[in-house]
Design a protein around this ligand. Structure first.
Ligand code: FO1
Length: 329
């Protein structure tokens, strides 16, 4: 039998997957579940592609391309080469092995299976003990209003290299989506001890998850500490266009802005040592947050484990404090 889940991590793709790997190594097998953004999912060449789910899966399975952080390490591109020769759209790279997942997922979805079940089976086949939970089984699509028009996420991010200026984001289909029973059961489980928000892009990766009606409330109702790991180091993002988007949306680009963004949701924040400054501390204290500082850049496995430990330690501290408060009050 699978051990009860103790920690739920909310994650997007590459950056989130790195922390998820660190967390999985700091916990016993099966004690971690990852709630993954599916706002990046799209249908391409007739195939249902779920980049963040696959990135987390490949990372936890140890088969991810180490340089890219997405796709597989041991990959060939015969399909892409032939697609290009035939004049097909070649802006989105699909490796031959990776392609199998998209083909299988598309086939099974067409037969009426839920994405949650399909990802659970794939995780088992890859030998991954961590539970991979899509944020919903209903499709939700992150759409960006930009100076180049309205764009689906992968068209903005990959085809146009995140160059268009973002004016607004919306999560199409979110109003009709619902959290899965698996996620709601997990959030009601007495075994759950902590919720961690990975250092993924708040706008592109975490907000789509929070846009699923009922999920934000269910996260709070779990009554366990919620700790976020800041994706920023100074005014720079650990990965991807986070600060570019924050600038375009007119929000401040420092750790304090992450605290503000997640206000009412988180109890604690892990910040980078670089941001451990009196002014940051003052803002975090004003928000009533606990924080701790570490080096948040995750290049090596040790880095991932260190950041994971910092997040788990802060969650444990918050849990001990709240138990004390409840037993006293
Ligand atoms: N990212 C790229 O920058 N270029 C690609 O061609 C690309 C292909 C791709 C195929 C499958 C997959 O699972 C991910 C892929 N990614 C690619 C990554 C993906 O666009 C992003 O990492 C996430 O959607 C953002 O979290």
């Amino acid at each position: 039998m699978r051990p009860a889940t103790k920690v739920l991590a909310l994650s997007g793709g590459v950056g989130g997957a790195k922390l998820a790997l660190g967390l999985s190594r700091r916990l016993c097998a099966g004690e971690l579940a990852v709630l993954v953004n599916t706002g990046d999912d799209f249908t391409h060449l007739g195939l249902r592609i779920c980049p963040d789910l696959d990135t987390v899966l490949y990372t936890l399975a140890g088969v991810v391309h180490p340089g890219q952080g997405w796709g597989r390490a041991d990959e060939s591109f015969g399909f892409m080469d032939e697609l290009r020769r035939q004049g097909g759209p070649d802006w989105f790279l699909l490796g031959d092995r990776d392609l199998v997942l998209h083909v299988e997922r598309t086939r099974r979805l067409a037969e009426g299976e839920r994405l949650t079940q399909i990802m659970s089976d794939l995780a088992t086949r890859f030998g991954v003990a961590t539970r991979l939970l899509p944020m919903s089984d209903t499709p939700v699509s992150t759409l960006l209003d930009t100076d180049a028009g309205a764009l689906e996420f992968q068209h903005y991010f990959v085809r146009l290299r995140a160059m268009p200026k973002v004016q607004r984001l919306h999560y199409a289909g979110a109003a009709h989506a619902r959290p899965t029973d698996e996620v709601l059961d997990l959030l009601r489980s007495p075994a759950l001890e902590a919720i961690i928000l990975c250092p993924s892009n708040p706008y592109l990766s975490i907000d789509p998850i929070l846009a699923v009606p009922g999920l934000r409330m269910a996260l709070r109702a779990a009554r366990v500490p919620v700790v976020a790991v800041s994706p920023l180091i100074g005014e720079r993002a650990i990965k991807g266009p986070t600060t570019k988007i924050m600038q375009e949306l007119g929000v401040d680009r420092r750790a304090a802005a992450i605290a503000r963004h997640y206000t009412q949701l988180i109890d604690g924040l892990i910040i980078d040592e670089f941001d451990d400054l009196p002014e940051t501390r003052a803002v975090l204290a004003a928000y009533g947050l606990r924080w701790s500082a570490t080096r948040t850049l995750m290049r090596t496995l040790e880095d991932r484990e260190r950041v994971a430990s910092a997040a788990l330690d802060l969650a444990r501290l918050l849990r001990a404090e709240s138990t004390l408060r409840w037993s006293v009050g």
